[in-house]
Design a protein around this ligand. Structure first.
Ligand SMILES: [Zn+2]
Length: 452
C-alpha cells in the first residue's frame, strides 16, 4: 500500500513538473516571438507621428481607430468592429497665457485643462493671487478671490517613491481647483503642472466643474516658478488668459474591438485593452498608445503561435479615457445589454516602461490562482502580482463582477511625460514595449488555460 502511495505521489510530481515545463516552453515561445517583432513598435510610431493629439472628437482620434482597425483586419482577427456610442466632447484650439508688464508681455507656456470654456478673443485680464492649495483658497474667501485669476502653485511631493502617489499629492489642485475658484467668484485659474520634473512642458488633464465654469490652464513648472517670482515682486501683477475651445454637446465616437475566437468557450471574453485617445497637446506614446499596441500585439502573438485559446481573446482600443471616460462606460453598457460574458479584463495604462508586475482586483480565490503564475513570468521581469486597482476603462465592468487586472511598469519617468508634448515616440524603448506585450500575452495564456 505504502509503495502504491509513493508511486502515485511520484507520478503526480512527474506530471506536474511536466505541465510546468510545458508552460515554460510556451512562455519561451511567446518571448522568442515578441522580442524579434517590431510590429507593435511600428504601430506605435504611426499613432504618435500621424495621429498625435487624438482627443475624443478629433479627426486624429478617428484616424487612429481606422489605422488600428486595418491592422487587425490584416492580422486576420476573427472579428473586427467599431462599437459606436454617443457622448459630449470638447475641443481646444489654442491657449495663450501672459504676464502683463507696463511695456511688454511675458508669455508663459500653458495648455488649457479639459473642458475649459473659451475666453473672448481679447481674453481675460485680471490680477492674480497665488495659493498653495484648496484649503488656503477657501480661507481667503470670496472677498479676496472674486474677480481674480487664481494660481495654484503647490508642487508635487517628490519625497514619495511611488510616482502615482507623487501625482496624487498635487492633483487636487487641477481636479477640484477650478470649480472651487469659480464658486468663490474667480475669473480664471492657472495650475502648476503636476509633474516630477522642472521643465518647460505644460501638462494638461481633466478638471471637474460643478455648475459654474471658468477658463483654466496648466503652466509648466518652470513657468510656474517664473510667475511666482513676478508675484513676489509685484502684488498687483496682471495676467491675461486667452483660450480658444469649444464644448461639443453630442458626437458619435467608437471603441475598436478585435477578437480571436476561443475554441471551447467562444462566448467568454478575455479582454485586453488600452485607450486610443490622447490629450490634444501630446503624441500619447506612453499614455496610452503603447497600451493599445501592446494589447493588439497580444492578439498577434496568439494568432502567430497558434496558442489555441479556449476563450475568445478580445483586444479593445477604448476611446476617451482622458476626458469623460465615455468609451469604458459605453463598453460596460454594451456588455450588459448584449449579455456579454467578460471572463476577465486586463488594462495597460500605466506607462510602457520596464515590466514590474500585475495588480488584480478580484476575489481572493481568483487572486490566488493568478498570483500563482508569478514564478513562470519572473524570468521575463514580473516581480509581483498583487491585489490592487486595474484601469479606468475597464473599471465600469467591476459592478458586473468581472475580475480585473492592471499591467504595471517602472513608473519613475511616467509623471515627467504624462499629458504633455514630452510623451513622444522617442521616449519608448522597443525592448520594454516587447517585454510588456509578452508579459500580457503570457499571463492571459495562463489564465485562459487554467481558468478560475
Ligand atoms: Zn492613460
Amino acid at each position: 500500500m505504502r509503495i502504491l502511495f509513493t508511486l502515485i505521489a511520484f507520478l503526480f510530481i512527474i506530471n506536474s513538473s511536466f505541465a510546468q515545463s510545458e508552460d515554460e516552453i510556451t512562455l519561451r515561445q511567446i518571448f522568442d516571438n515578441v522580442l524579434e517583432s517590431d510590429v507593435a513598435y511600428n504601430n506605435l510610431a504611426y499613432l504618435c507621428h500621424e495621429t498625435p493629439g487624438r482627443l475624443l472628437g478629433s479627426d486624429e482620434s478617428i484616424a487612429a481607430i481606422d489605422y488600428m482597425k486595418s491592422y487587425f483586419e490584416t492580422l486576420g482577427a476573427d472579428s473586427v468592429f467599431l462599437q459606436e456610442f454617443k457622448t459630449p466632447a470638447w475641443k481646444c484650439r489654442s491657449t495663450a497665457v501672459s504676464i502683463i508688464k507696463k511695456d511688454k508681455k511675458i508669455r508663459l507656456r500653458a495648455d488649457a485643462l479639459g473642458p475649459s470654456p473659451a475666453t473672448t478673443d481679447e481674453g481675460i485680464i485680471a490680477n492674480v493671487i497665488e495659493v498653495q492649495g484648496l484649503e488656503e483658497l477657501k480661507k481667503l474667501g470670496e472677498e479676496a478671490v472674486s474677480g481674480k485669476i487664481v494660481f495654484y502653485n503647490r508642487p508635487v511631493n517628490r519625497k514619495l517613491v511611488n510616482t502615482f502617489r507623487v501625482y496624487g499629492s498635487a492633483i487636487d489642485q487641477r481636479y477640484y481647483g477650478p470649480a472651487l475658484a469659480a464658486e468663490l467668484g474667480a475669473v480664471g485659474v492657472l495650475v502648476r503642472s503636476v509633474s516630477t520634473r522642472t521643465d518647460t512642458f505644460p501638462h494638461t488633464g481633466s478638471t471637474q466643474f460643478e455648475e459654474k465654469k471658468i477658463p483654466c490652464a496648466a503652466i509648466s513648472t518652470v513657468d510656474a516658478d517664473i510667475l511666482s517670482q513676478h508675484i513676489k515682486e509685484n502684488k498687483d501683477l496682471q495676467l491675461s488668459i486667452r483660450i480658444d475651445a469649444e464644448d461639443l454637446p453630442e458626437i458619435t465616437s467608437y471603441n475598436l474591438i478585435a477578437d480571436i475566437k476561443g475554441s471551447e468557450f467562444p462566448e467568454e471574453y478575455i479582454v485586453v485593452g488600452g485607450h486610443i485617445d490622447a490629450w490634444f497637446n501630446s503624441p500619447g506614446a506612453h499614455d496610452d498608445g503603447i497600451g493599445c499596441v501592446q494589447s493588439a500585439d497580444v492578439l498577434r502573438i496568439f494568432k502567430e503561435l497558434g496558442l489555441k485559446n479556449k476563450r475568445t481573446i478580445r483586444a479593445i482600443m477604448f476611446m476617451d479615457e482622458e476626458l469623460y471616460q465615455s468609451g469604458g462606460n459605453a463598453y460596460a453598457q454594451y456588455s450588459e445589454i448584449n449579455n456579454i460574458k467578460n471572463y476577465i479584463a486586463l488594462e495597460a495604462d500605466a506607462g510602457g516602461f520596464t515590466p514590474e508586475g500585475f495588480t488584480v482586483d478580484a476575489s481572493d480565490s481568483i487572486y490566488s490562482i493568478i498570483s500563482g503564475f508569478k514564478g513562470l513570468l519572473e524570468p521575463y521581469g514580473i516581480h509581483y502580482i498583487k491585489k490592487g486597482g486595474s484601469g479606468v476603462d475597464i473599471n465600469p465592468l467591476k459592478k458586473s463582477g468581472v475580475p480585473l487586472m492592471g499591467y504595471r511598469t517602472d513608473s519613475q519617468r511616467y509623471m515627467d511625460i504624462h499629458h504633455s508634448a514630452w510623451d513622444s515616440f522617442d521616449k519608448v524603448s522597443i525592448r520594454e514595449l516587447q517585454l510588456g506585450s509578452g508579459c500580457m500575452a503570457g499571463i492571459l495564456f495562463l489564465v485562459d488555460k487554467y481558468g478560475y
